[in-house]
Design a protein around this ligand. Sequence first.
Ligand code: MG
Length: 259
Amino acid sequence: MRSLWSQWPKIQEILVGKNLILLFDYDGTLAPIVAHPSQARLPAPTRAALTKLACSPRVALGIVSGRELSQLKRLVRLKNICYVGSHGLEWALPGLGPSLRISPRRSRPLRQITRELRHALRGLPKVWIERKIASVAVHYRGASVHHARSARTQLARIARQYAAQFRLQEGKKGFEFLPAGASTKGTAVQALVARLRRGRFPAVVYFGDDSTDESVFACLSKNDFGIFVGRPRLSRARFYLRSPGEVCKFLQRVCKIIV
Ligand SMILES: [Mg+2]
């Protein structure tokens, strides 16, 4: 994985004159990580660059997040942009309205596992449960090492018990129980890119900061750009940028060469 800036002249040459599909994770990629997910805001310069790009007929934009679709749309509030929420379980494409891709029969196990988690994790400070439309997440940002470890032990036990119905996915300072067989961000991006017609938008650029984004980096073709956001580490991405601030700088440069 190389710094994107170290290869910028070459990348710029590839991007000039191309129609682009620009796809982003939200937390830690477009919006800086904050103590509580409800406070994660899109920085004003990033919003301005995305607004500009969303108006260009040469750019298709999409945000692919683990957040619920309604919450993601409320935070981003941009038009002409594809929203994929709940790791690919919920979609809203411009002009098509929201669509939920989960079978309702899974809701009873979801209620059961949520009850069980509440019981198992009670009394662990800074460990909290977020019930989503199709999944249940456990966050431990800010919890002590000891409490985080206790939470992990409980989660591993519950994951074994519900293995037939849910898969446990680990992300930054959190875990999520998703329906077994549900899409990953990778399969969601493949489906989204197919819908956005690769013939018209030949180059795909995907930005992500978390282990859940690795499924996307893994499915990109050699002509696409996977960009890891954060301190460089082992990743399937081809390039890295160090922070959401650098993602913003990239978007501003793309505005100049495309719009
Ligand atoms: Mg993220």
